[in-house]
Write a new protein. Sequence first.
Length: 461
Amino acid sequence: MATPPNHAVFICYRREDAAAAAGRIRDRLEEAFGARGVFMDVHEVPAGVDFRLYTRAVLEGSRVVLVIIGRHWLTASDAHGQSRLRQAEDFVRTEIEVALGGASPVVPVLVDGAAMPNADELPESIRDLAFRNAVVVRSDRGFRADTDELIAGLAALVREERDAQGPPREPAVDTSAAAATDGRTSTDDAAAVGSWLLREVIYSSNNWTSHAATHRLTRVRATVALLKPKGYVGRRGAAVLAAAKLMSGLDHPALTPVLDWGEAQGRVFVVIGTAPPTLLDCVNKGGPVNEIRALRWTSRLAEGLAHLHAKGVVHQLVGPDSVQLADSEALPLLGWPVFCTRAGTPLVDGNGESQVALVPLTAAPESFGRGGTIEPAADVYGLALVAYYALTGKYPHSSEDLMALILAKSQPPPDVRALAPAVSGPTALLVESMLDPSAARRPEAQAVHATCERILRRLTA
């Protein structure tokens, strides 16, 4: 069985009772503990793995277990009218049994006006739950305050559990590295952004400075991007925060998680997972990759884009330089989009301002227009550039003259086999269709994923 990661918080809930409330609570907890610090559902279990065994292992490795209790939690019944909680094989009951039998704290969370059940209302195996101090989370305007209090309490429990288990897996914050960012100690405001302690600078440009960072409470490691107010991106800080908010609710293994965002000390910041080198760096260093590897990368990224597009979001900045890839053997991760937006957003707003995140080298042909809307097809074009670059080490179109570049993108795309003769016909046709100057003729991301998988089955048979 795949070894499950340790989580700060495990959320036990019943779908038909409190799915919405549990989802909202999870979103708030992920802001504090990171997307990978919270386990909530079987969709997080790897494909092909026995979810019963995996979930038990996750429970045993979690530092705190929340039991979300709504108004129908106690009375939920199956199709035959039998109480679910009274059935030995009920998953919620089983999870609580495992949690109560472990060393981690178990915290009942009452939502939607629910009351704590009495001990005599519970099966004997989970009767101790009735004696655990409960937390109330309201669904109205009190939700934020209640979850803030919950997070503070959980952070204290996580610290106690971590201290009881010995030294943390993540090393303590390097205060000297944090101080080196501006000559102050790590406790100074300038060495921290929100809940994140800044460490060494890992990247700096005209638009932002990226720091390695560690969460104050959970010790989760991440990358904090601080926007420079005078840079182009910094001047559009509101759009960056809107993009971070759009991405924060999305969860897919091919998408870089957005852990936090906001404004501190007058500067806009976004917190993402640790950032390895890009596909551009990897190919430039090691050269083009073979067709099978390129297809696997493209397939995974297409699946991530399909997830994004199903939520009505367009990435806008897909290209070889936005795909994170530690090395040619690693799985690619689509970097966080600075200016992702809702599908259907006008290319130009009512004030004549462009809404397009326009990088000429990677932009789709339609992005240079003044009419129309921003649509997922632009991301598919960017994904074609990823595949083309992985196979050849070059872009299909490149020119320092902007008008020449725009004209080249409007023409039929070049055959990838001119630079990579070993590429099969089906793969060449797929890349060509993704590079089609007409957005309407490009395949959707889900179709790209399916085609890649079909070609891979033939090539690896």
